[in-house]
Design a binder for this molecule. Structure first.
Ligand SMILES: [Zn+2]
Ligand SMILES: [Zn+2]
Length: 230
């Protein structure tokens, strides 16, 4: 995985480490801790590979381990490297959606191929050209702009009869290609007006209506979708 690129500053982590940092930051931001087993699942590698990469990342001071059961945390330089790759990822997504009209079901994966080779100068130009954006095409916040999304509520916290506008599909759903494809295919995308029509806690499902279509989602997927209540 060592595709070196001429635009990569010398102090930037390798693309593999950048992928780790991006996911680890989102885990810490939203779930309070980094879970190695979950990371392995999300990055599609074995737990042994994660453990090995953690060792390298600790050596290079992107993360610190907190003893035997304290888990792993990003260092300050790890966090700013995570912010940097997340910004580049999101700018690449916006570029693909706005300029090349790539469907939002595909931008995430395409952006993964681009983000590692965007130089700081290009990043700055993209940011300006794209109008200093606050969220990616899926509604996830740029680092430092978390407040822009803080009033959007996961569908699992809404009751039957409540209406809203879909605003955000969480990064972890973006990473699940099958799920993201299903959502977009069914019109569950930022900007869509939706109504919760049924919540069945015993079944762990809820049903939403978008246009004339009723879509049933498990709580696990619904938790990744945020709406602005209207
Ligand atoms: Zn993405
Ligand atoms: Zn995105």
């Amino acid at each position: 995985m060592s595709h070196s690129t001429p635009n990569r500053p010398a102090d930037r982590p390798t693309p593999t480490v950048e992928d780790y940092l991006m996911t680890m930051h989102v885990m810490e931001r939203d779930y309070g801790e980094i879970i190695a087993a979950r990371l392995a699942e999300m990055l599609n590698v074995t737990p042994a590979t994660v453990a090995m990469t953690f060792k390298r990342m600790e050596r290079d001071q992107w993360v610190v381990g907190k003893g035997r059961k304290g888990g792993v945390h990003l260092t300050e330089s790890g966090r700013s490297a995570a912010y940097s790759v997340i910004r580049r990822h999101m700018l690449a997504e916006l570029l693909l959606v706005k300029l090349i009209k790539v469907p939002i079901a595909e931008t995430h994966n395409e952006a993964h191929g681009i983000e590692h080779s965007i130089s700081p100068a290009l990043e700055e130009r993209l940011r300006k050209v794209l109008g200093d954006p606050e969220v990616c095409p899926h509604g996830n916040p740029f680092p430092g702009h978390e407040a822009a999304t803080s009033h959007w509520i996961p569908l699992t916290e809404l009751a039957a009869g409540q209406k809203g506008v879909i605003r955000r599909i969480h990064e972890f759903a973006e990473d699940n290609h099958a799920l993201l494809g299903f959502l977009v295919e069914n019109g569950i995308a930022p900007g869509a007006a939706a109504e919760i029509t049924e919540v069945l806690p015993f079944n762990q499902t809820l049903t939403i209506r978008i246009k004339e279509r009723a879509i049933t989602l498990g709580f696990q997927a619904a938790r990744y979708i945020y709406a602005e209540v209207t």
